[in-house]
Design a protein around this ligand. Structure first.
Ligand SMILES: [Zn+2]
Length: 299
């Protein structure tokens, strides 16, 4: 009995707020944002999962409701239209069966529209996309690829290796086996970008910049859109705005299910926290925090 009580107390402790320590010092500014005529950022909501806030970030009330939003973001640029993540596809509900049993038990996916359908409704032909830049290769970021045949999909070599062998790449492998994904290797040829060691300036005008952010998965990336706001998409490095603002990691129980390198994620959360402090106006967008997504107009 004593041991059970001790175990319960230990588990409860993993939900108690414990903000990550932040070292002093200024991280430095990002390069000045250019103004590019015709750059438009839009949000394409595809599905939601009803969840609990305390399971999304350590220290939030455990039972408070939190809506986990599954989205793709659409960047319309004069040189092409890019998706940041693929959102959920038309067969999204089937795709839930590719995640671990424990997660299937808690995931109640409410589909709204598949990404390709949402694009068409917004006047964008899916086949004409310039490409999809994946923040990482987990199921809820690749599901929509199933309805986007022939569209180039950008991933780092580390992420390609991860989705080829890890359980977290099961849905990607399934979609790829059904109809090969036109995968392109994402590299960072454009040198340092502010505090980031490397970068890829996608259209060579500073409007859309991809940056390495490994931790949640080995090849996770962040995508910076320098539009009306400076918007940094950080994938699942954090699920919530509090993860960067406090900063705080996911609680142990979800962290161990989804984070490939928890120590690396902690480092990135502190890094992002410091970057916001050094760059007023920078908006960090966790992949599933609908409260932050609301800043971006829907397509
Ligand atoms: Zn995710």
């Amino acid at each position: 009995m004593g041991l059970v009580a001790l175990g319960a107390a230990a588990l409860a402790w993993t939900f108690v707020r414990a903000d990550l320590p932040v070292p002093g010092g200024d991280l430095g500014s990002l390069p000045a944002a250019p103004h590019v005529d015709g750059l438009v950022l839009r949000r394409l909501p595809t599905a939601t999962i009803a969840s609990q806030h305390g399971f999304s970030v350590r220290g939030a009330p455990i039972t408070a409701p939190f809506t986990s939003a599954m989205v793709a973001f659409v960047v319309q640029h004069p040189k092409g239209t890019v998706l940041i993540d693929a959102g959920m596809g038309s067969r999204g509900r089937e795709h839930v069966s590719t995640v671990p049993y424990l997660m299937q038990a808690i995931v109640d996916l409410q589909m709204r529209q598949g990404t390709a359908d949402g694009l068409r409704a917004g006047g964008i032909a899916p086949a004409g996309l310039w490409g999809v830049i994946l923040t990482h290769g987990h199921w809820d970021h690749v599901s929509g690829l199933q309805d986007l045949p022939g569209v180039p999909v950008w991933m780092t070599t580390e992420e390609q290796a991860y989705v080829a062998e890890d359980g977290g790449g099961l849905l990607y492998r399934q979609i790829d086996a059904e109809r090969p994904v036109d995968v392109r290797t994402l590299t960072f040829p454009d040198g340092p970008y502010g505090p980031f060691a490397a970068s890829w300036d996608v259209f060579d005008d500073g409007s859309l910049v991809v940056l390495p952010l490994p931790g949640h998965t080995p090849g996770s990336v962040a995508v910076l859109v320098n539009g009306a706001e400076r918007t940094l998409f950080v994938g699942d490095t954090s699920w919530t705005q509090e993860g960067v603002a406090w900063p705080a990691e996911k609680p142990w129980v979800t962290r161990r299910m989804v984070d490939h390198d928890p120590a690396g994620v902690r480092e990135q959360l502190v890094f992002l926290h410091r970057m916001v402090a050094a760059n007023p106006g920078l908006v960090v967008v966790p992949a599933h925090d609908g409260r932050v997504h609301a800043r971006v107009p829907t397509l």
